[in-house]
Design a protein around this ligand. Structure first.
Ligand SMILES: Cc1cc2nc3c(=O)[nH]c(=O)nc-3n(C[C@H](O)[C@H](O)[C@H](O)COP(=O)(O)OP(=O)(O)OC[C@H]3O[C@@H](n4cnc5c(N)ncnc54)[C@H](O)[C@@H]3O)c2cc1C
Ligand code: SF4
Length: 572
């Protein structure tokens, strides 16, 4: 029996595990974080320890503790010191990875995302390349995963132009769309009044009982929280199936820190557990699926062969832009219901959106792309309270709590009356945005932490400039009394610049056919090795303009079927 050893148990890892195990492989997943699910592989749905608890989430229940596992951040290689140290775009560290508390937005990428260089052309200063396959290759895999994980949606409500034109689909979603929240309805109406095309957000959230899990009860503590009822579809659906084969083992609290190599061949993955014990798990192949930044970190710590210095390069995050509208005369309770937001809109992902080409040309760019817009978000309780306390501390430092504070919480300007639109800003790949090992800072095991170098380029800034007035216009057309849009993460502006916190981590272990300009081949194998594979967001060649997890899973499925010999194509 062939054996695969996988670092991680998140989106990409779960697809690899179930596909290989069902094809008869023995699979061991080494997972850095804890297992919060009792009975996974025995009872379904498993029992969880999640609850509707804002404090738990803020205290890093599912996140890596930035004290134990910091990252460092700078905006350019020219910055030699004074880096930010802490949480830089951390994803959940636990069995199931980022999918245990994601917003579960599951749109597909477009045809132009996979063939961006040939369909849209090069961009000066950026390293735009094509993926080694096209949308049509992924279409049946998207369809398979929408059923395996359980995605709700409504094909009839999706606009042909621009969505179905660029991401055609043969079948409808396996579940109908659930109820829309008030804020999404209001903002979508504003968008429609401007001739735009919002539609129900495809989401891995049960609108009805599905896959043995209950329908969502709209508890509202969804995006960034573990689901207490298991109504959310995730990597767990696939891990459970993988465990049922009897050929899979998940080892939580076991961090991979290296690949043991002999020449071009990997012998296994080196691990360290919470007690500091170290070991090597041997296998026929090893798969790095620890997420974009962490897989690159493992590859760099292992000094894996990289003659053209491509490991860690072309990191992409999505440059989110946010619009806010204040509705003084009505309570919008946008913080309630499931997922991120219940409606989305993809008009701004289109390089041919009215006026976008001309604006780009005037700024010396061939095109600009904004991104998918999440329609109708809001603020959560504790961050709202923290914000009021911050304001009160500035204007009446002697009493930042008390009557004024209570009055603000009751009026709830931020949660009840503020409604947001988030644009998932398309990032171009730049060689200057990358992951290296920090020369000084170490994690709790004394291992070098990832140093992130990232800044938006001209494309991202120009796209933002073009779309900010349009985001504001949608909110005004929705009836907001006041509206504005700002670059996302502005509130996190630190000494080193805007600290990335978009939680979409793509690139660093890029896929491509050219060994000189990419890290892995079209099947995920690192070019200069015989048997080291990468199966997470790191392999992305372009960032797309949509939430990436369904595509991370679809790309992993393509690799896994090839490895298992169950795919349509067997080219190596
Ligand atoms: C609050 C939040 C909301 C989000 N909402 C959405 C959304 O609505 N839609 C969407 O598409 N995406 C969303 N995302 C992003 C989504 O979670 C990621 O795109 C996705 O999980 C990435 O998949 P991956 O396989 O690359 O990595 P992950 O799913 O993160 O899996 C990596 C796994 O590796 C483990 N690991 C890390 N380092 C090591 C190591 N050294 N050794 C062993 N194990 C290791 C991690 O613990 C984790 O289990 C959201 C993320 C967050 C944080
Ligand atoms: S809103 Fe629904 S899917 Fe989200 S956490 Fe609550 S019950 Fe789970």
């Amino acid at each position: 029996m062939r054996k695969a050893v996988i670092a991680g148990s998140g989106a990409g890892a779960s697809v690899m595990a179930v596909t290989l195990a069902e094809a008869g492989w023995h699979v061991v997943l080494l997972e850095k974080g804890p297992n919060y699910f009792t009975g996974l592989g025995k009872h379904w749905p498993p029992k969880t320890v999640f609850s509707n608890d804002n404090l738990k989430a803020l205290r890093n229940f599912e996140q890596p503790d930035p004290e134990a596992y910091p990252r460092t951040f700078r905006t350019s290689a020219a910055q030699k010191s004074g880096y930010y140290v802490g949480d830089v775009n951390n994803l959940s560290v636990a069995v199931g990875g980022g999918t245990i508390h994601y917003g579960a937005a599951m749109p597909r990428f477009w045809d132009i995302d996979f063939k961006q260089r040939s369909m849209l052309g090069p961009v000066d200063g950026a390293d735009v390349q094509d993926w080694p396959f096209e949308y049509a290759d992924l279409e049946p895999l998207y369809d398979h995963l929408e059923r395996a994980v359980g995605v709700q949606g409504d094909m009839a409500a999706m606009p042909h132009d621009p969505v179905l034109k660029h991401a055609p689909r043969k079948r409808d979603y396996p579940m109908r769309s659930g109820p829309q929240k008030r804020a999404s309805i209001v903002v979508s109406a504003g968008a429609k009044a401007l001739g735009l095309h919002p539609y129900p957000f495809p989401s891995a959230i049960n609108s009805e009982p599905y896959n043995g899990r209950p329908a969502c009860n709209n508890c509202g503590f969804c995006n960034a929280y573990g689901c207490p009822t298991s109504a959310r579809g995730s990597a767990l659906d696939l891990l459970h199936r993988a465990l049922l084969t009897g050929r899979v083992e998940i080892r939580p609290e076991t961090m991979v820190y290296g690949v043991e190599m002999k020449g071009r061949k990997a012998k296994g993955l080196r691990w360290i557990d919470q007690h500091g014990r170290r070991g090597v798990e041997h296998g026929d192949i090893v798969i790095l699926a620890a997420s974009g930044i962490e897989s690159a970190r493992i590859a760099l710590m292992s000094k894996l062969p990289d003659p053209h210095h491509r490991i860690g390069k072309r990191l992409m995050f999505h440059y989110f832009t946010s619009g806010f509208g204040v509705f003084l005369d009505q309570r919008m309770h946008a913080y309630k219901t499931w997922g991120v937001e219940t409606a989305c809109m993809e008009d701004f992902s289109d390089p041919d959106f009215t006026g976008a080409r001309a604006f780009a040309k005037a700024q010396g760019l061939p095109y600009i792309r904004g991104g998918l817009c999440e329609m109708g978000g809001s603020q959560e309780v504790i961050p709202e309270a923290q914000f009021y306390q911050f304001i009160l501390a500035a204007i009446q430092p002697q009493q930042p709590f008390g009557r004024a504070f209570k009055e603000l919480m009751r009026t709830s300007l931020l949660r009840e009356r503020l409604v947001g639109i988030q644009m998932v800003g398309h990032d171009l790949p730049y060689l200057s945005n990358n992951i290296t090992l920090d020369p000084k800072v170490r994690d709790q095991f004394g291992l070098p932490v990832p140093r992130i170098t990232y800044a938006p380029g001209k494309h991202e800034n120009v796209a933002q400039e073009f779309y900010i007035p349009l985001l504001t216009a949608i909110l005004v057309a929705s009836g907001a009394n006041a509206a504005a849009a700002v670059p996302a993460n502005t509130a996190l502006l630190g000494e080193s610049g805007t600290i990335p916190a978009t939680r979409h981590i793509l690139g660093g272990m890029q896929m491509g056919t050219n060994e000189k300009t990419s890290v892995v081949n079209q099947w995920g194998r690192m070019h200069h090795t015989d048997n080291v594979y990468v199966a997470d967001g790191g392999v992305f060649t372009t960032s797309g303009a949509q939430n990436p997890t369904l595509t991370i899973m679809a790309v992993a499925l393509r690799m896994a079927r090839h490895l298992a010999g169950t795919g349509h194509s067997h080219a190596s």
